[in-house]
Write a protein that binds this ligand. Structure first.
Ligand code: SF4
Length: 711
């Protein structure tokens, strides 16, 4: 692609759910210069280290350049036909539920839409799930239970006016750095801003905290149940809101009161001193403009959905939703986790926030897609999907833009499942990952800077990602690859897309189905249904619902009118109880006395296929590590930098010890990123078992029992 020297092209960052706008310029040398987009409301020109280094990661090194079948280079026509024939044959022999797609929050909304349309609309199975299952599905479940829809009520602007910000289960400083910097700026400018961080670890996020509650892992529900009880006991609830705009308060309060009878008991459960808990409760009770930010420390748990609802309960009880500077606020992990949720990327949802079991909605979709084979029930969620593969029930899988061997718990089982599966297709931009080695067919996909489409960030803002560079080899967009397979499976009419803009336009129209009958839906893109190719090309960020094309920056909050998307239109309290995962009577604690927490580090992303290419980013932390308190290390004669083995009932990993008092005694932390050559030795998913949230299916990636030994 040629561009004049002064031309900067607007796009979005490839990484976290903040969804920062960037501007890119191609230099004469072919290198890409990146700067923040000052006009983008997610970041107003700011970028973190990862965003600034995007230009260093667009090398063609390690890229998948050509399709291949059973290790032999092939061409597109042969490979697409082979994939279509094998999927069709498998479906004919074993039924639609014998095949599956496993997709990714790295896909653009257009890719996600086509994948979902093919699997749920035409193959007729719900078996499409996404790595967002590992990231946000507990929030999705919590939103649906509380609000009747998967709606994030607020927007980033709320951080600029909130007077209490509670950050729980999130190292915002490393995982959503631009939002953290925005908050830090507020903290330095305003005396009336109080910040509470709730995290077992003392992370960098604590640097702006007025109060840090280093709670025991998996005690979050007890804490927020305690808060609800406190609010009632101190007459700090909004009775009018509860009586007129919500349901289920008494049951939720009963559960809360049984869970946390008094602050003294709570202090013992949380292992946090009473004064600190009381201070948090007092601030929440007395500060109207309160936001609770939450992320993976809440979601990645066997009680993730209950944690989310325990937070939402406190906001409903105080009427603090849908108003400036207040509300529960989930920050998503991946760049397009929200976009995937919108088009039905999760196995248990349909597109455009419509649901299985809603006959009217199902008919609308069938008519819209002109299909009579729409899936009628949810498919398998990620962990169950790989389980079913392990049991021989899934006979063909297509994995797109993700690396489940190093990201789904119980890696050994995932490997065995892929080995057993008769037909594995992997489409990816990277040639060698821990997953590609199991592929019968490899399909080269375009990477960030080559592909074009849309993403949605954590505040419901849809932004364009734009093509900046040409693709190496014969890499193609994911939506195109799937459409070509769909055509060869006999669904040509429904997948005759010429351009990603046509896919987006179809999706936008889908969000308006039944508008004339007053169907009240959160995700409505009616203002984008008339976009022509030029309009799509020039589309500026749009925050949904988009009732008309937004030509200025819009800051919207859902539920300002106190109308929710439940049948009764009322917000729902959910009665939740705390269930500690481990206690002193658990026998395995003797053999496995430590709790392993896992997460991201500041300068790496997922399995490092992109960020690992930047030497600047690699300089931050150079190798995998386990953070351990000196009091845990000393009896085992472990010193800083010693190589140590971490063992769980599931497996083992080998890393260097980092002694730090930022860890609590009895808890260790290790990052999720390292893979490829080190996948079998430094991958935390080797340790984690299949336990997941019974409501959301989200695996518990932050509370594995393990022991540690000097190597
Ligand atoms: Fe990219 Fe997130 Fe950093 Fe923004 S905060 S530049 S979206 S990684």
């Amino acid at each position: 692609m040629t561009q004049s020297k002064d031309l900067w092209t607007k796009s979005t960052c490839a990484y976290c759910g903040v969804g920062c706008g960037i501007e890119a310029q191609i230099q004469a040398s072919g290198e890409l210069t990146i700067r923040g987009d000052k006009s983008h409301p997610a970041n107003y020109g700011d970028l973190c280290s990862k965003g600034l280094a995007l230009g260093e990661t667009v090398t063609h090194e390690g890229r998948l350049l050509h399709p291949s079948i059973d290790g032999e280079q092939s061409d597109w026509a042969t490979s697409l036909q082979h994939v279509a024939d094998t999927f069709s044959q498998t479906i004919a022999e074993h039924g639609p539920d014998s095949v599956a797609f496993y997709v990714s929050g790295q896909l653009l909304t257009e890719d996600y839409y086509v994948a979902n349309k093919l699997m749920k609309g035409f193959i007729g199975s719900g078996n499409i799930d996404t790595n967002s299952r590992l990231c946000m599905s507990s929030t999705v479940a919590g939103h649906k239970r509380g609000f009747g829809s998967d709606t994030v009520p607020g927007c980033y602007e709320d951080l600029d006016t909130a007077e209490l910000v509670v950050i729980t289960g999130s190292n915002l400083a490393w995982c959503h750095p631009v939002l953290f910097q925005r908050l830090k700026k507020q903290k330095t400018q305003r005396d009336n801003l109080f910040i509470v961080v709730i995290d077992p670890r003392e992370t960098d996020t604590c640097s702006i905290a007025d109060l840090h509650l280093a709670i025991q892992p998996e005690t979050d529900v007890a804490l927020f149940n305690g808060l609800l009880s406190y609010l009632v006991a101190h007459n700090k609830i909004d009775k009018d809101y509860i009586d007129n705009y919500s349901e289920g308060f008494e049951a939720a309060l009963n559960s809360a009161q049984q869970d946390a009878q008094c602050i003294q008991v709570l202090a013992e459960t949380l292992q946090v001193n009473e004064q600190k808990i009381a201070l948090f409760f007092k601030h929440f009770a007395e500060t109207e403009k309160a936001i609770t930010i939450f992320s993976q420390g809440v979601n990645q748990s066997t009680q993730g959905s209950n944690k989310v609802n325990s937070i939402i309960n406190c906001h409903i009880a105080t009427g603090r939703i849908g108003k400036p500077g207040m509300g529960p606020f989930s920050v998503t992990g991946q760049p397009n986790a929200m976009g995937g949720r919108e088009v039905g990327g999760l196995a248990n949802t349909l597109a455009a926030h419509m649901e299985f079991g809603d006959e009217h909605a199902n008919q609308l979709i069938s008519d819209f897609w002109r299909t009579d084979t729409l899936a009628t029930q949810p498919g398998l969620k990620a962990v169950d999907l790989f389980d079913a593969m392990h049991q021989g029930k899934i006979k063909a899988i297509w994995i797109m833009a993700t690396n489940p061997v190093v990201s789904i718990p119980n890696s050994n089982k995932v490997r065995e499942a892929l080995e057993k599966c008769p037909f594995v297709v992997v489409s990816d931009c990277i040639a060698e990952t821990a997953t590609t080695e199991y592929a019968n067919v490899l399909l080269p996909a375009q990477g960030w800077s080559e592909k074009s489409g849309t993403v949605t960030n954590s505040e419901r803002r849809i932004s364009r990602q734009r093509r900046l560079l040409s693709s190496p080899g014969v890499a193609k967009p994911d939506w195109w690859i799937m459409s070509e397979v769909a055509k060869r499976m006999g669904f040509a009419e429904a997948f005759n897309f010429l351009h990603e803009g046509e896919v987006f336009s179809e999706f936008a129209k889908m969000t308006t189905l039944d508008n004339e009958n007053g169907l009240n839906r959160d995700l409505n893109l009616i203002g984008l249904t008339q976009l022509d190719a030029k309009g799509y090309s020039q589309l500026t960020p749009q925050q949904w619902p988009v009732t008309e094309l937004q030509t200025e920056v819009v800051q919207q909050r859902l539920f300002a009118d106190k109308q929710f998307f439940t049948t009764s239109k009322k917000a729902q309290f959910v009665a939740v109880s705390s269930t500690p995962i481990v206690n002193s009577s658990t026998p395995s604690l003797i053999k496995y006395p430590l709790i392993v927490n896992s997460g991201r580090i500041r300068d790496q992303w997922h399995t490092m296929t992109r960020t690992g290419l930047s030497s600047r980013l690699a300089a931050h932390i150079t190798e995998p590590f386990v953070a351990i308190h000196p009091d845990d290390a000393a009896p085992l004669s472990i010193e800083d930098n010693n190589l140590v083995a971490i063992n769980s009932p599931q497996g083992a990993m080998l890393v260097r010890a980092l002694l730090t008092k930022q860890q609590k005694v009895g808890q260790i932390f290790t990052p999720i990123h390292w893979n490829r050559q080190t996948a079998k030795t430094a991958n935390v998913c080797n340790l984690v078992n299949d336990d997941n949230d019974p409501v959301s299916g989200q695996p518990a990636l932050k509370s594995t029992q393990a022991n540690i030994k000097k190597w």
